[in-house]
Ligand binder design. Sequence first.
Ligand code: C2E
Ligand code: MG
Ligand code: MG
Ligand code: MG
Length: 286
Amino acid sequence: RAKANGRNRFHFYNHEIDREEHERLALRNALHQALRNQEFELYYQPQVDVAENRITGVEALIRWHRPDHGMISPACFIPLAEECGLINEIGSWVLEQACAQLKKWQQAGIDLRVAVNLSAIQLDDPGFYDQLEDCLSRHGLQPEQLELELTESMLMKHVDHTIDLLNRLDRLGVYLSVDDFGTGYSSLSYLKRFPLDTIKIDQSFVREICIDPDDAVICRTIISMANSLNLTVTAEGVEEVDQLNQLAEFGCHQYQGYLFSRPLPADELTRRYRQHQPTASESYTI
Ligand code: C2E
Ligand code: MG
Ligand code: MG
Ligand code: MG
């Protein structure tokens, strides 16, 4: 009897694993189809100048409308795409799409910079630089209109190769930023060695900036360091006016977050941009 129970449990356990494995496989297969079936879309979140309350740029954030499953978070499928060798293809699509949209905005008299998130695997692709340069010139864009977001772990991997590549990108004129700053393991001395333009303070430090004194110190320190190194600072995940006021007091230059706007489809971003006529009384900060 004990034996039979054990066997049943074993079967049950196996069955659970089978189901998880099955779901993972299904997700992978669906991801393989997604590009061909045009299930991806880029959303754009405004990046706002703190002092002037003016939109200076947007961050492109990928969305996957998976049939019968709704929207799947990039936090879930980007790691999967990296694992199964699809990230270069998806990354190229993101770059093409962002550049095409940027051109449309430019032609409509909307002057923005677009920031695109990169994966470590794209940086390792020896064809990346040429692909990027080709993409910009085909769309008739200036490199200064594009920003690339990297993470600390990407900077710290294959440091020599990365410095060479980033120096070439910097000479081309592309803006370079460090995303999720403070969550990785970068040595601060590297901030000087890489040709960076912007540091993005991770939203985990912004969330409790008005509640947790440690988070306030971390934000203040990152901002003052960035100012000393002549880097622009962008705070991520700003949801409340009090957080924005605190960041402004610390000397933060730009912010992104639900307070100003969620990431929006391109046409909604266009509307939001046109609607937004900053005046002194509209400004969030005093
Ligand atoms: P990220 O680059 O750090 O992007 C910021 C994330 O914070 C986005 O999540 C955005 O929607 C969210 N966010 C913005 N404002 C707020 C706020 O006020 N409160 C809160 N709670 N969240 C806010 P999303 O769009 O789900 O993207 C998650 C991550 O997926 C991104 O983090 C990025 O690492 C990755 N990702 C997104 N698009 C791409 C892409 O095209 N390529 C690559 N390689 N990765 C991407
Ligand atoms: Mg980002
Ligand atoms: Mg530069
Ligand atoms: Mg981030």
